[in-house]
Design a protein around this ligand. Structure first.
Ligand SMILES: [Zn+2]
Ligand SMILES: [Zn+2]
Length: 86
């Protein structure tokens, strides 16, 4: 991510969205375009779900595949599917 360039739409200070936008975060990598905000929210949710799964697997030796967090995996799969469809 480059500061000064929206990570979703690629707009910059000199080339803002047609509707007009400003920076939505302190690192200047996300603008206030509703589409960008929505994509960013979805990405955050995806990351959260992925991190839950990772956290589980990072518990290391002794992990039992019978206790895999299916809920988390399901949520992740659903979120990915939704992201692909949108
Ligand atoms: Zn943007
Ligand atoms: Zn923008």
């Amino acid at each position: 991510m480059t500061p000064g360039i929206c990570r979703v739409c690629g707009c910059t200070d000199n080339n803002a969205c047609p509707e007009g936008c400003s920076w939505a975060d302190s690192t200047y990598t996300l603008c206030t375009n509703p589409i960008c905000l929505r994509v960013a929210r979805r990405t955050k949710r995806l990351l959260g779900a992925a991190m839950n799964v990772l956290k589980y697997y990072r518990r290391g030796p002794g992990s039992d595949c019978n206790t895999v967090p299916y809920r988390a995996l399901e949520r992740l799969a659903r979120a990915v599917a939704k992201g692909g469809a949108a």
